[in-house]
Design a binder for this molecule. Structure first.
Ligand SMILES: Cc1ncc(C[n+]2csc(CCOP(=O)(O)OP(=O)(O)O)c2C)c(N)n1
Length: 563
């Protein structure tokens, strides 16, 4: 079939089953946008900033488990998108980003809106392509989707010169492909799995360390079965919240800088650490030399380059986690003696009992943790929760009752303020039946506030709960703890009227300074059926605890802080 480049893109998106794309037009993608105008296969959501388009595609991908798609123009359109691309890259989220480029003949001439897009995207994508001729476009599109979703997922960027979007060529879209240079290992080595099973059988203080890979490989069920079978307790990274249901007796909580005492002590005292799709991020490990220093390490990951990168693995297993866990289960299902772990388990229960997660809810001021708990009570585990970055993100991670995959959406690796709201919009498009709540801060929400227009124009209803402390709270906390309370440029007392702002954009706005007002505002927001901003005045000086100071060992936590 003969098509022009833009038609090929549209047909490829159709063939890949894409239902929603997010984007922002410009000169270099005019031909493509003309084709988007004519087609009826999928919906295009016009965001108001390219960064938001990519975050929305990312939120869509995380909520649906499918590849998210964003389209941006050349030059500033592309550079605006970079933060979104890097955010997805660090968290291994499958995206295809299509950018326009100046006409092939103009590349390298400093043409209007020219930028070396593939040069910029190389370090923050799983792979990228500059399309050099129309003949290679169909295969590149196919490969982009394949690379984005297979193995360790990630964003793939395709930069397409404007003339190629108008040129005509042959379009035979392959239904399947294999690539010589890229073949992810899916099945873990049976010998290694056998050895790992033996190590689990022999250990007396084992702990599972679940990372984002549990979610990405859709391995929640398999992880739960293995935990149930073995009675081995589990800690979750920020990205793995929901692996076990909140309240599960095998769950020790979140591990790392703001992890629970029990989780951090479990890792510190374990004799075997079973890392599941986790990458040993420094926010998790604390001081590396002290991290799990008594433990042998089993590391299961689909990405071979992540194994041994930060921490040597005694039992490396390269493969898809879901499959590897199934194989491990088969190895262990005969006679695993759970009782062997009873001393270990009671020691850990004791840790959980002496330092439970908690906060002081005495005074009149609204505590942010209380807000998170109330939303959790109202919506439970069926809601989709997104966050921005800061204290509110950690409180949401600590106090929301998670249960299962694809419902907890946060920028873990890059820590991108401005992520939460557009990601929530993308998530709502992917899961229209779910209530979507974005926990955000008064700093973060202003970073992509323009997307209120996108929400209103497209009737996408999400609830932004602004935990408003009039500070860049997380940075203020560090200044308080580690810089002698020198509050340098983190006071956000000067702020807009968030209620009026919401209304100006056609959204719902309400303010809450007392607990009853919050519950009322929250219910009214849901009833409004619109995107909402709830401006919640919280205790200004609340800190996120426990906290492991940077470079400290996990077992040295600040549990309580009094100035
Ligand atoms: C784009 C970006 N800029 C700067 C930072 C550094 N940073 C991390 S947390 C934070 C404060 C966030 O403040 P706010 O959104 O009000 O949330 P709070 O911590 O008060 O809950 C800042 C500035 C970041 N993570 N992302």
């Amino acid at each position: 079939m003969e098509l022009n480049g833009s038609q090929m893109i549209v047909e490829a998106l159709r063939a890949e089953g894409v239902k929603t794309v997010f984007g922002y037009p410009g000169g270099a993608v005019l031909n493509l946008y003309d084709e988007l105008y004519k087609q009826k296969y999928f919906e295009h959501i016009l965001t108001r900033h390219e960064q938001a388009a990519v975050h929305a595609a990312d939120g869509y991908a995380r909520a649906s488990g499918k590849v998210g798609v964003a389209i941006v123009t050349s030059g500033p359109g592309f550079t605006n998108a970079v933060t979104g691309i890097a955010t997805a890259h660090t968290d291994s989220i499958p995206l295809v980003i299509i950018s326009g480029q100046v006409a092939a003949a103009l590349i390298g001439t400093d043409a209007f809106q020219e930028i070396d897009a593939v040069g910029i995207s190389r370090p923050c994508t799983k792979h990228n392509f500059l399309v050099k001729s129309i003949s290679e476009l169909p295969l590149i599109l196919k490969e982009a989707f394949y690379i984005a979703r297979s193995g360790r997922p990630g964003p793939v960027h395709i930069d397409i010169p404007k003339d190629i979007t108008a040129e005509i060529g042959q379009f035979n879209y392959p239904s399947e492909i294999t690539m010589k240079t890229y073949k992810p290992t899916i099945k873990g080595n049976p010998r290694q799995i056998q050895k790992a099973a033996q190590a689990i059988r022999e250990s007396s203080q084992p702990v599972f360390y679940a990372g984002g890979g549990v979610m990405l490989s859709n391995a929640v069920k398999e992880t739960r079965s293995l935990v149930e079978l073995t009675g081995v307790p589990l800690v979750e990274t920020l990205m793995a919240r929901g692996t076990l249901a909140a309240g599960d007796p095998n769950l020790l909580g979140m591990v790392g800088m703001h992890g629970s005492y029990a989780a951090n002590m479990a890792v510190s005292e374990a004799d075997l650490l079973i890392a599941l799709g986790a990458r040993f991020d420094d926010r998790v490990t604390g001081r590396l030399g002290e991290f799990a220093k008594h433990a042998k390490i089993i590391h299961i990951d689909v990405d071979p380059s992540s194994i041994g990168k930060i921490v040597e693995a005694d039992y490396p297993i390269v493969g898809d986690l879901k499959i590897a866990l199934g194989d491990l289960y088969a190895q262990l299902s005969e006679k695993f003696d759970k009782n062997r772990l009873s001393d270990w388990r009671s020691r850990l229960s004791n840790y959980a009992a002496i330092y439970p997660l908690g906060y002081d809810d005495e005074g009149d001021a609204i505590k942010p943790q209380w807000v998170v708990e109330e939303v959790g009570k109202a919506l439970g585990s069926k809601a989709v929760i997104t966050t921005d970055v800061g204290q509110h993100q950690m409180w949401a991670a600590q106090y929301y009752p998670f249960d299962g995959a694809n419902r907890w959406i946060t920028s873990g690796g890059l820590g991108t303020m401005g992520y939460g709201f557009p990601a929530a919009l993308g998530a709502k498009k992917a899961r229209p039946e779910a209530t979507v709540v974005n926990f955000t801060g008064d700093g973060s929400i202003l970073m992509n506030i323009q997307e209120l227009t996108t929400a209103s124009a497209n009737n996408i209803a999400v609830i932004n709960v602004v935990l408003n402390n009039n500070y860049l709270g997380m940075v203020r906390q560090w200044q308080t703890f580690f810089y002698d309370n020198r509050i340098s440029h983190t006071d956000l007392s000067a702020q807009p009227d968030f209620v009026k702002l919401a209304e100006a954009f056609g959204a719902f706005g309400a303010r809450a300074a007392k607990k009853e007002e919050f519950l009322e505002a929250f219910n009214a927001a849901i009833a409004s059926g619109k995107t909402a901003i709830l401006d919640v005045a919280i205790d200004r000086d609340e800190n996120v605890l426990p906290m492991v100071p940077t470079g400290g060992a996990l077992y040295n936590m600040i549990l309580d802080y009094k100035e």
